[in-house]
Design a protein around this ligand. Structure first.
Ligand SMILES: Cc1cc2nc3c(=O)[nH]c(=O)nc-3n(C[C@H](O)[C@H](O)[C@H](O)COP(=O)(O)OP(=O)(O)OC[C@H]3O[C@@H](n4cnc5c(N)ncnc54)[C@H](O)[C@@H]3O)c2cc1C
Length: 414
């Protein structure tokens, strides 16, 4: 059945949803549980869930059992609490179970589909959308929304579709090639809402430090601190990965939202042995003076070989120098590199490479209990378009499911 009309028809309630991503699909499935509702899901791309299919390197880290308000950021850090307590991670996993998805929870709390394929998540959602009261309008790019009578007119370049309630689930700007756009922000702006400053998060940091390119591909456990003009801005411990341009990996993603926000000197200070003191390392390296090894082996057995050599070199020591001839000062210099390598950073990579957008539609303009706009009755928003971004490790998709279902439930109530 098509509800292609610019006027309200019949007694049923039409819920329009802009965006067929994670939050939009979960909103549609939830709103459709009320069988008198007719749901129209508008997706500008040829199919729903395109970004979702690429998440977690194709594995989709769909949740984290530890996800709670503390793992989320934005102007109002408590905004996510209501949606997360209505639809917490364990309930989300039961919901996915009811849709037919088997999942695995790692010791870290990260949840993946048992198949290890993001497509499985997209598929069960697609099957759940296959209901008589849900209409999928793929290839429909919403360009304008107009308040009309008691509802809204959803427009593309060719037609207008009326709906009584409207959910904007158009996502953020991150992952541009996978569908990230400004559209959701602009549509909500046109209805009177405001947008906070947008910036990439969960993203690599660029560096001009000469050692970076030689370490491309090297992974190391570390504590990473973001320093701005001598002041610590953020800190995290976890896995680091060196790339051609700079620093990547979960530990960097975690602190990237706070990097390079203002002018000044920015650096990332890396401690490659967070569980050992500088003194303990110095004692160990001093023992090595009794060997016949040369300086390029000074950190062998402690760090990744390539990383160890670059640190020795950065401390100004020639590889061929016998360790037995290294002065106390030289050993202290190497300890300093291991415990506090200071890598100047220039900027985060752009929105193309980011996993999530920090910033978004001002959350104080929405009721956290229902996700309904305080400015425009009948209008709801969910997912990344709102000023909520989560930590690395399944937090962002958990927000998409929880907020999508909360918005779907409330928009679907007559
Ligand atoms: C490469 C990558 C990997 C990621 N991996 C993970 C992970 O493993 N775990 C995790 O928790 N998070 C991950 N994320 C983040 C997560 O994917 C997003 O936070 C989440 O998808 C946001 O859901 P959403 O529904 O708000 O937006 P989206 O999933 O982006 O969906 C928005 C949809 O709206 C559509 N749309 C936009 N404008 C319009 C319009 N005008 N008309 C019609 N349709 C429109 C878009 O095409 C899109 O399909 C990853 C992100 C990226 C980019």
């Amino acid at each position: 059945m098509q509800y292609n009309t610019n006027m309200k028809v019949g007694d049923f309630m039409v819920v329009g949803i802009v965006g067929g991503g994670a939050s939009g699909m979960s909103a549609a499935i939830t709103a459709a549980q009320e069988l008198d509702n007719q749901i129209i899901l508008f997706e500008r791309q040829a199919r729903v869930g395109k970004k979702l299919a690429a998440t977690g390197n194709g594995r989709c880290n769909l949740s984290n059992i530890h996800a709670c308000e503390r793992g989320y950021h934005g102007m109002d850090v408590s905004f996510s609490q209501s949606a997360l307590s209505c639809y917490p991670p364990d309930e989300t996993l039961s919901w996915f179970g009811s849709l037919g998805l088997f999942t695995v929870t790692e010791d870290s709390g990260k949840v993946y589909p048992y198949s290890d394929q993001a497509n499985s998540v997209v598929d069960v959602l697609r099957f759940a959308l296959d209901k008589p009261n849900i209409q999928l309008r793929t290839g429909f790019e919403v360009t304008k929304i107009k308040k009309h009578q008691d509802g809204f007119l959803i427009k593309n370049s060719e037609e207008s579709v009326y709906c009584d309630k409207l959910i904007v689930a158009a996502g953020g700007l991150a992952g541009t090639k996978l569908g990230g756009t400004m559209a959701g922000y602009n549509l909500l702006r046109s209805l009177g809402h405001q947008v906070t400053k947008l910036r990439p998060s969960l993203v690599q940091l660029k560096s001009r430090w000469h050692g970076v390119s030689g370490l491309k591909g090297v992974r190391a456990a570390c504590t990473a601190r973001i320093i701005h003009d001598g002041k610590q801005i953020a800190c995290s411990t976890g896995e680091l990965q060196f790339t051609e341009y700079g620093l990547s990996g979960p530990v960097i993603f975690e602190i990237s939202r706070d990097a390079c926000q203002e002018k000044g000197e920015w650096s990332c200070v890396l401690d490659f042995l967070p569980n050992h003191s500088e003194e303990q390392l110095y004692t160990e390296l001093s023992k090595r003076r009794s060997t016949a090894l040369s300086a390029d082996e000074l950190l062998t057995g402690i760090l990744h070989n390539r990383l160890g050599r670059v640190l020795v070199q950065t401390a100004g020591i020639a590889f061929s120098t016998p360790i037995s001839q290294l002065s106390d000062e030289a050993l202290r210099g190497v300890c300093g590199m291991v415990k506090g390598l200071d890598v100047a950073i220039t900027e985060p990579l752009g929105m193309d490479s980011a996993q999530v957008t920090a910033g978004g539609i001002c959350t104080d303009e929405f009721d956290p209990q229902t996700l309904e706009s305080r400015l425009v009755p009948g209008l709801f928003a969910c997912g990344e378009v709102l000023d909520v971004d989560g930590d690395c490790g399944g937090y962002n998709l958990q927000w998409a499911w929880s907020s999508g279902r909360l918005a779907g439930y409330n928009a679907g109530r007559n």
